[in-house]
Ligand binder design. Structure first.
Ligand code: GAL
Length: 399
């Protein structure tokens, strides 16, 4: 049949373009996830404010994220953790409590600053702080979040654990949990709004093996962090071996940052930032952004550390070698260079040495000390330096 009219030609063109799009779609989606293409960066209320969080405080954090330069350094999400939840109405829709008079208005405010906003719930009937959970109301809650303009959901197992106790076997309990995470994934998808889906079940049942399959963009790999070196190092250095489970759109989450909360010294916080960057971990500040010292701002906004964390190849790093308290970790970056962390877990300074051939380099390498912001020049094979107690020397190495 001959196609004659202009309208028919246009129709044919649209039809062919549609087919081309359909063919290209799966590849495009695999290459660039719609959310969390790099580990999410932002702020979360829990570590510093816990239950003392409200609308006014969240607005002030959003303001400070901009005025401190954190937004320009890449921090995006303003995440409200537990204790915002109010009652359900007669139709079963959740409302925020008196601390948050108007969630939609708050979301608009945060969006108006060029930021995104996150919220928190649980698949159980009650959250860890005993507020209303999403159990039995998953679709309604997802719709409510989308209507408010929410961009990120942290979904914390909490109250579902009680229900899981009624399961006949550990396998049945596991299935219950997996189904609960799938249920909210589907509910979020149904809204049509891109919402980062953050699983929080403390690393149980090797979540890194199945977190992505239930739609998780990130999943907590451990219990809660605390603002002290012992807990931070316990969590951070236990991440060895998890690298292969992470990648664009799906990340291991060793919990939020404690930088600036005061429980660690500058060397310890540098270890925290450096290790999280090598781990391709989400960088969710957990301090009060309205009262940061210049030192805290410098720790959180170091562009070269953030560039490692946010490297587009999305390859999580791992431990290369440990000798007593001295550990060398490395991460391969998109430009072929490697981020190398010389970590000293001993409280006193130690001399540490790294042989770049051990990291796969063959010839001389260009080395930059990131926290010192200093190029160390061309190095033939190995580098030795003193590393402060509980501290790190973070290098970027290129052949
Ligand atoms: C915990 C969770 C914390 C915080 C807290 C709120 O289960 O791991 O990060 O969200 O609940 O109650």
């Amino acid at each position: 049949m001959l196609i004659t009219t202009h309208r028919e030609i246009t129709r044919l063109r649209l039809f062919l373009a549609g087919i081309a799009l359909l063919l290209a779609l799966p590849r495009t989606m695999a290459q660039t996830p719609s959310v969390a293409a790099t580990p999410p960066m932002g702020w979360n209320s829990w570590n510093h404010f816990a239950r003392k969080i409200d609308d006014v405080t969240v607005r002030a954090q959003a303001d400070a994220m901009v005025s401190s330069g954190m937004r320009d350094a890449g921090y995006v999400y303003i995440n409200i953790d537990d204790t915002w939840e109010g009652e359900r109405d007669a139709q079963g829709f959740i409302h925020s409590n008196e601390k948050f008079p108007d969630m939609k208005a708050l979301a608009d405010y945060v969006h108006g600053k060029g930021l995104k906003i996150g919220i928190y719930s649980t698949p159980g009937p009650k959250t860890c702080a005993k507020f209303e959970g999403s159990y039995g109301h998953e679709e309604q809650d997802a719709q409510t979040y989308a209507a408010w303009g929410i961009d990120y959901l942290k979904y914390d197992l909490c109250g579902l654990r009680d229900i899981m106790k009624s399961a006949e076997s550990p396998e049945a309990a596991h299935k219950m949990m997996v189904n609960a995470y799938v249920k909210m994934r589907d509910a979020l998808r149904k809204t049509g709004r891109p919402i980062v889906y953050s699983l929080c079940q403390y690393g149980n049942d090797a979540v890194w093996q199945w977190g992505a399959s239930v739609g998780g963009n990130l999943w907590r790999t451990t219990g809660d962090i605390k603002d002290n070196y012992a807990r931070m190092e316990q969590i951070g250095f236990s991440q060895a071996g998890l690298a292969k489970f992470a990648g664009p759109g799906h990340w291991n989450d060793p919990d939020m940052l404690e930088v600036g909360n005061g429980g660690m010294n500058a060397d310890e916080y540098r270890t925290h930032m450096s290790l999280w960057a090598i781990l391709a971990a989400p960088l969710l500040a957990g301090n009060d952004l309205t009262s940061m010292s210049p030192e805290t701002i410098a720790l959180l906004t170091n562009r070269e550390v953030i560039a490692i964390d946010q490297d587009r190849a999305g390859k999580q790093g791992d431990r290369i070698r440990a000798e007593g308290p001295m550990e060398i970790w490395a991460r391969t970056l998109a430009d072929g260079s490697r981020a190398v962390g010389l970590f000293n877990r001993h409280p006193q300074p130690m001399e540490m040495q790294v042989d770049f051939r051990e990291l796969g380099f063959k010839g001389a390498v260009k080395v930059r000390d990131i926290w010192a912001a200093k190029d160390l020049g061309l190095i033939q094979s190995s580098y030795q330096t003193s590393v402060p107690g509980h501290g790190v020397v973070l290098l970027r190495v290129l052949e």
